[in-house]
Design a protein around this ligand. Structure first.
Ligand code: FAD
Ligand code: 2HG
Ligand code: ZN
Length: 460
């Protein structure tokens, strides 16, 4: 039996010919990669869980080059896999068969920055961390941050609608992205690269591409609203004995920290049942320090939290954050990880971990829960020494049915990619999925953009 997460048979796209290679070499001199050794890292995902067999990697530098590539591929019926930093976790960033990989790695120029409005425009291949460093010098920050910042591209972030560690404070990319430039499947350039806070001239088309995972167009440039760099940042790392206490602590800190609360994250652990990372960001160190002090005193005296540590200087803040950010990497040392990225009403998020642990018994090496409590987003990770189809069959559809019963989402922030596409019906009504299919057919009629991804097989 084929697993619903597996790829369907190869669709009847053309195969690359010498004539195609000649064309690409003419328009992208020195930037057409066919060497299998160089292609290897682009064919396999970050988790090393899916692998394609592309024989061609293209590295355009400009929107015009992307347009020429897609116009040509559309006319030749060649499938294309857009790729940013290849940190995606749902198998969307690598080809399934021999799709051409279109990398944004060389599209890494900052175009403009307006230091009055805080609006940045840049090419899609800018690495998130580089944008953050650029902005920090100007007293601004990016509205998003995630553990993959050193590799992921802003275009990839937008294509996946990445959430991350600052969403609680600055909201999702659907709010902070002000404009996009996108090349459609037939090579047309759609210039929606506005830099306006407000623009109600009809449908907000850029929203369609935020979270479209490379299936509707290739994002070539982004404009984004950036917040001022906070003058005072504190990070607290606390222990909680129960998830109920962790939630009460969340309520307490929402009430007592108010507008300076900028992150509330959690991880479970074998040393202490739960750890919480709380970040405050504000403009007055004295005011923020006092608020934090009062909150910690209250949390300790009411026995909501056990132990804890506070950081105000940069290096310690980074060290505390890295304990949360590096859980994904740490889990890879267990062997194979089955990942679930679930949105739930916040009071239910840990129940799923407990139920899954009970359900799997000793079939799993570990069942771990962590994530963005403030956003009601659980990362449920089940590890085993190696890929284990019997374990997978025990996890799915159990996890999806559980989520659907609570009216949750089976993908909170990572997208559907290859791995989750066929589970979409657990979270979206079939009428809405059918409409997605119509939009895909309108924007990419030949279906050359990231085939086998995001849309369920019955729509292909
Ligand atoms: P890729 O992985 O290269 O691509 C992802 C998808 O976007 C693919 O479907 C691809 O086809 C498409 N795509 C990429 N670029 C473009 C483009 N220019 N135009 C159109 N489509 C494009 N995600 C979160 O939401 N929150 C987190 O906190 C978070 N933390 C992470 C931590 C680690 C350690 C890792 C490895 C991943 C994490 N992720 C997180 C997942 C991942 O980093 C994000 O999804 C990220 O936004 C992907 O960006 P990328 O440039 O690597 O895209
Ligand atoms: C995070 O929040 C990422 O750390 C990755 O979204 C989650 O690895 C995961 O499951
Ligand atoms: Zn996350």
């Amino acid at each position: 039996l084929r697993s619903p997460a597996a790829a369907p048979d190869r669709l009847p796209f053309s195969r690359i010919t010498q004539g195609d290679l000649d064309f690409f070499r003419k328009i992208l001199p020195g930037r057409v990669i066919t060497d299998p050794d160089l292609l290897e890292s682009s064919n396999v995902d970050w988790l090393k869980s899916v692998r394609g067999s592309s024989e061609l990697l293209l590295r355009p530098q400009t929107t015009e080059e992307v347009s020429q590539i897609l116009k040509y591929c559309n006319s030749r019926n060649l499938a294309v896999n857009p790729q940013g930093g290849n940190t995606g976790l749902v198998g969307g960033s690598v080809p399934v068969y021999d799709e051409i990989i279109l990398s944004t790695a060389l599209m890494n120029n900052i175009l403009t920055f307006d230091s009055i409005s805080g609006i940045l425009t840049c090419q899609a291949g800018c690495v998130l961390e580089n944008l953050s460093l650029y902005l920090e010098e100007k007293d601004y920050i990016m509205p998003l941050d995630l553990g993959a910042k050193g590799s992921c591209h802003i275009g990839g972030n937008v294509a996946t609608n990445a959430g991350g560690l600052r969403l609680l404070r600055y909201g999702s990319l659907h709010g902070t992205v002000l404009g996009l430039e996108v090349v459609l499947g037939d090579g047309q350039v759609l210039d929606c690269l506005a830099t306006l806070r407000k623009d109600n001239t009809g449908y907000d088309l850029k929203q369609l591409f935020i979270g479209s995972e490379g299936t509707l167009g290739v994002i070539t440039a982004v404009s984004i609203l950036c917040p001022r760099k906070p003058k005072s940042v504190n990070v607290v790392f606390l222990g909680c004995e129960t998830f109920e206490q962790l939630l009460k602590t969340f309520q307490l800190c929402r009430g007592m920290l108010g507008e300076i609360l900028s992150a509330y994250e959690f991880l479970d652990s074998e040393y202490c049942p739960f750890y919480v990372v709380i970040e405050t960001s504000g403009s007055d160190p004295k005011h923020d320090g006092e608020k934090l002090h009062n909150f910690l005193e209250e949390a300790m005296t009411s026995s909501l939290v056990t132990d804890g540590t506070v950081a105000t200087e940069d290096s310690k803040i980074k060290a505390l954050w890295s304990m949360r950010e590096r859980v994904t990497e740490a889990l890879t040392h267990d062997g194979f990880t089955y990942k679930y990225d679930i949105s739930l009403p916040v009071e239910k998020i840990y129940q799923l971990v407990t139920d899954m642990r009970e359900h799997l018994g000793d079939r799993a090496k570990s069942v771990v829960g962590y994530g963005h409590v403030g956003d009601g987003n659980l990362h449920l990770n089940v590890t085993s020494p190696a890929k284990d189809p019997a374990l997978l069959a025990a996890i799915e559809p159990f996890v999806y049915e559980w989520t659907a019963r609570c009216h949750g989402s089976i993908s909170a922030e990572h997208g559907l990619g290859l791995k989750k596409r066929n589970y979409i019906y657990y979270s979206k009504p079939s009428q809405a999925v059918a409409l997605m299919g119509n939009i895909k057919a309108m924007l990419d009629p030949k279906g050359i953009l990231n085939p086998y991804k995001t849309l369920p097989d019955n729509l292909k």
